[in-house]
Design a protein around this ligand. Structure first.
Ligand code: NOJ
Length: 713
């Protein structure tokens, strides 16, 4: 008998044996005391009782293996049908070995590397008793005020889709029935990245075509790659909260995208339907949610308290059966019916932080560091360097949502420097927001050749519920910067942040030659410090490129590269006219999408199209020269601009990229193919490929491209 058939028979038989209460019980995900959660905590004395009655399907937020084991034992041994639980956690960029924050990982433009990171996170998670991770975060983000931009992959649907796919592949592997893989849950469906004003949990209003062309594609990619779970978002989507939005859940996800996995709510998002004022009470919450297609409630109890009432209605009963089948399918795929204790180890710590995992974290950190300005790096090992700033002695460089991190396993920059033979000294100068103190600093500055200044925001200033309206460095840090640059020493600025910060003032200082390099470090995970030092001293050649546009100031937000043209576009790239810019700032980004420097110098030339007409596909090549003595990676980016369509089209759309390793002075002819289907664009909710002229743009970022034209017939 085929595997799938065997599974169906097993699940049919099980469902036939279940009471309506037991079915609804599977639809509940509970917290358990001492869990690791981000919402309100509940008194959960009754959880054990509920498990025994078969009224709990899964548990969120447990990392204690002894507890996981006991809860599983209760479910398996003390319930009528012995159905195991599954355990789900927020593993966003690593479990114990922490990788760079997702936004930084996206800047690697290296899908294979990202997949390998997810595979490590899967192994550490599964061997900690966790079978499902609440990742990837496929929310497109155009607004750095929103603290959750750090969790996703930036502003572009093509790149975010690639990253989403890599993470799912890394987590889920080829099959889930082993100790190396976990089920993935893509979130937050849908539109969450477009919350109004960047205020977390806020409403989202967008045209359906914007949804189909930008915000939906990463989720489509997730379903194509057999993601096992989708989490609804907290926001309303065009007036209706996502958690009870049947257009999003039933029509698009389950019907159109044929998603066969489990739809889970976000934490207490069902209860919040009352606060959204679309439900008057818990009974209506249960009714609207099941009608909309929600299978599994995270923490809210509307289903276990209310759903039975509606089960005489055949339609609702069918919906309940469908949801239960999805949940049992997941448990089956995870192998839980055969071995409910798979991966639950008492000595789980021995599965964490293995040397190969740390190597992977180091590689990922190296490729995530984004060099924004440079006329001085790398440092020489003979240099006498003074490290200054609030980040020099902290181990807290991993970023928010750092799984089961133990900061003791991370080294501060100073600790890492102690392992080197470099000539260095250090001085703190201030905390992130306080304690300015320069007593003794002058003497140290005068004694050293170069200064490395580490500034930024705290790792907990980004993440859930961490929206900000001021994206500048703190006043105290500017004070420290101003103090340091007075000495006119070669100065390198390193910035830690979970989002694009406003760097206009910094760029100006660079242009005035008061700062000589700017390196954006994001938060780089467990291996942060080693990677930063190796990059400063040229052991690593930086290669990351931005996946969110950096604004000049907060007033420019939302800002994104793939915007539509206006009727008064800038001419010949010049925008010094009132029609094409703000009175007090340009329209464009300070640092554009796709931008990032390397110690190598790459020169692009000879964009050659095999044909000027695209029928099925278009092949083309570009010559890229590494005009330097540094070996390094370069990402070659390919954009299109559709020149005439029935709707106005973005000035740039990323369609392909390749990241390649170049030896010193090496030239490569890099070949690409664009297929007809890659040109698809949704207009009036329908897929469509415009015929006519397109610009093909190839280059190192979204601005500095070589352009040629082709026609689609
Ligand atoms: C709320 C967050 O929005 C979501 O991303 C997370 O997975 C859940 N809490 C569970 O912690």
């Amino acid at each position: 008998m085929k595997k799938e058939e065997k599974k169906n028979i097993f699940i049919d038989e099980l469902i036939n044996k279940m009471t309506i209460e037991e079915k609804i019980g599977q639809m509940y995900e509970s917290t358990y005391t001492n869990g690791f959660i981000t919402g309100p905590e509940f008194e959960n004395d009754d959880v054990i009782k509920l498990i025994k009655k078969g009224l709990v399907g899964s548990i969120i937020g447990q990392y204690d293996n002894e507890v996981i084991y006991q809860l599983q034992k209760t479910a398996v041994e003390e319930t009528r049908l012995h159905i195991p639980l599954f355990f789900a956690n927020d593993i966003i960029h690593g479990c114990r070995t922490i990788f760079p924050i997702p936004l930084a990982l996206a800047c690697t433009w290296n899908p294979k590397l990202v997949e390998n990171c997810a595979a490590v996170a899967a192994k550490e998670s599964r061997n900690s008793g966790v079978q499902l991770v609440f990742s990837p975060v496929a929310d497109l983000a155009r607004d750095p005020r929103w603290g959750r931009v750090m969790e996703g992959y930036g502003e572009d649907p093509y790149l975010a889709s690639k990253m989403t796919r890599s993470l799912i592949r890394g987590y889920q592997g080829k099959e889930l029935y082993n100790e190396n893989t976990v089920a993935a849950c893509v979130k937050h469906y849908a539109g969450y990245g477009a919350v109004s004003g960047g205020r977390d949990y806020n409403s989202v209003d967008m045209s359906l075509d914007t949804f189909y062309n930008y915000y939906l594609p990463p989720f489509m990619e997730a379903t194509k790659n057999d993601v096992k779970m989708v989490m609804t978002s907290f926001n309303t989507f065009n007036g209706i909260p996502a958690t009870c939005n049947s257009f999003l859940l039933r029509d698009i996800l389950k019907k159109k995208l044929k998603f066969k996995g489990v739809v889970i709510s976000d934490y207490t998002a069902s209860d919040e339907l009352i606060k959204h004022k679309v439900c008057k009470d818990e009974e209506e919450v249960a009714y609207k949610s099941i009608m909309a297609g929600l299978d599994h409630e995270m923490v809210s109890r509307s289903y276990i308290n209310q759903l039975k009432k509606f089960s005489n209605d055949e339609k609702i009963l069918n919906y309940i059966n469908d949801s239960v089948r999805r949940i049992l399918n997941l448990k089956y795929d995870l192998g839980l019916f055969d071995n409910p204790y798979l991966g639950i180890h008492i000595d789980f710590e021995k599965y964490w932080l293995l040397p190969a995992y740390l190597d992977q974290a180091y590689l990922a950190a190296n490729e995530s560091i984004t060099l924004l300005e440079n006329r001085i790096l790398p440092l020489n090992k003979e240099d006498h360097v003074l490290f200054i700033g609030p980040f020099i002695d902290t181990k807290r460089l991993v970023g928010a949502w750092a799984g089961k991190v133990d900061h003791n396993y991370c080294k501060s920059l100073i600790e890492e420097l102690a392992n080197t033979n470099y000539h260095y000294d250090y001085f703190k100068g201030c905390e992130i927001n306080s304690d300015f103190n320069t007593k003794g600093l002058e003497e140290k500055i005068l004694k050293n050749d170069k200064i490395v200044l580490l500034l930024g925001e705290d790792q907990w200033e980004s993440g859930e519920n961490k929206s900000k309206t001021n994206l500048e460095l703190s006043d105290i840090q500017y004070q420290l910067l101003d103090y340091v640059i007075k000495f006119n020493k070669p100065t390198i600025l390193l910035i830690h942040a979970g989002r694009p910060l406003i760097l206009s003032r910094i760029k100006k200082l660079y242009e005035e030659r008061k700062i000589d390099a700017v390196m954006y470090n994001w938060f780089l995970g467990t291996m942060s410090s080693k990677s930063i030092i190796h990059t400063l001293y040229g052991i690593n050649n930086p290669s990351a490129k931005l996946t969110m546009s950096f604004p000049y100031n907060v007033g420019q937000i939302p800002i994104y590269y793939n915007h539509l043209p206006t009727g008064r576009p800038k001419e010949n790239g010049i925008s010094d006219d009132y029609r094409t810019r703000y009175l007090d700032a340009p329209n464009d980004a300070l640092y554009p999408f796709g931008y990032g420097l390397s110690y190598s110098k790459f020169i692009y030339k000879n964009l050659i199209l095999k044909s000027e007409i695209l029928e099925k596909e278009l092949s083309f090549s570009i010559e890229v020269l590494n005009d330097s003595s540094y070996a390094g990676y370069e990402t070659i980016e390919v954009y299109i601009e559709c020149m005439n369509d029935i709707v106005s089209r973005p000035i740039n759309e990323l369609k392909n990229f390749k990241k390649l390793w170049f030896l010193p002075h090496e030239t490569k002819v890099v070949e690409f193919v664009i297929k007809r289907n890659d040109l698809n664009y949704v207009v009036n909710s329908k897929n469509h490929i415009a015929c006519g002229t397109y610009g093909l743009k190839v280059g190192p970022n979204s601005i500095d491209t070589i352009v040629k034209y082709f026609t689609v017939k």
